[in-house]
Design a protein around this ligand. Structure first.
Ligand SMILES: Cc1cc2nc3c(=O)[nH]c(=O)nc-3n(C[C@H](O)[C@H](O)[C@H](O)COP(=O)(O)O)c2cc1C
Length: 206
């Protein structure tokens, strides 16, 4: 049975294209592969900014944690458990000020956990532990960053690819929607191009 985790993070609600396309992929995969689909909506239920209680608590033995540390670590554990349980992760991210939303950043701050989701090998290199999973990363941006003058300012895609890889999620397929702020015709064409990408992802998965 395939376990699919859909993580959405855009603060733009029903207008969000990353949420729309990520949901289409997750639901399409479930329809084709069967199994279970869990949704973690970081926009309506955002993880808090991480705190001292979390930073110390996560490296303190469970029996020695303060009540505040227990609470902070419990949320991180839940978020990690959701990723661990998934065979496939569909992650939606909309560009906010050239990077991912702070809601998504907070999720990574919780799941990037030394000794749990990453460690270091004898060669000193980082080793992510969340291996063997497929990730579909849906990124949305108003501008065009895949090529041209603005390409150096995409602090979303590479950032997310690196963070995912650092915790072992290296099998990543990127689905992009970009260039939606240049008028209705450009937006229509951008959305049509992403719809084609989504169809191709689902055809391959069937
Ligand atoms: C607060 C805010 C900041 C944004 N910052 C950028 C930006 O830095 N660069 C950009 O190209 N588009 C920016 N946009 C446009 C969004 O990236 C675009 O609407 C995208 O579709 C958002 O993803 P979503 O559709 O999943 O919500 C911004 C939009 C908002 C609401």
């Amino acid at each position: 049975m395939t376990s699919i985790l859909l993580v959405t993070s855009s603060p733009r609600g029903a207008e969000s294209l990353s949420t729309r396309f990520a949901a289409e992929i997750a639901e399409g995969l479930k329809a084709r592969l069967g199994g279970v689909l869990l949704t973690r909506d970081l926009a309506t239920n955002p993880p808090p900014h991480i705190t001292e209680a979390y930073i110390h608590g996560r490296v303190t033995p469970p029996e020695a944690r303060t009540p505040e540390q227990v609470k902070a670590v419990a949320l991180a554990q839940q978020l990690v458990d959701e990723v661990k349980a998934a065979d496939v992760i569909v992650l939606g991210s909309g560009m906010i000020n050239f990077g991912p939303s702070s809601q998504l950043k907070a999720w990574f701050d919780h799941i990037t956990w030394p000794g749990v989701t990453f460690g270091y090998g004898e060669d000193g290199r980082p080793r992510g532990t969340l291996t063997g999973k497929k990730v579909y990363l849906v990124t949305a941006a108003g501008g065009v960053f895949s090529e041209g003058d603005w390409a150096p300012f995409d602090f979303q895609t590479g950032n997310l690819r690196h963070l995912l890889g650092f915790i072992g999620l290296t099998d990543i397929e990127i689905i992009q929607v970009e260039g939606t702020v240049f008028g209705p015709e450009a937006a229509k064409a951008a959305i049509a191009a992403t719809e084609a990408q989504v169809r191709s992802v689902l055809e391959k998965a069937a």
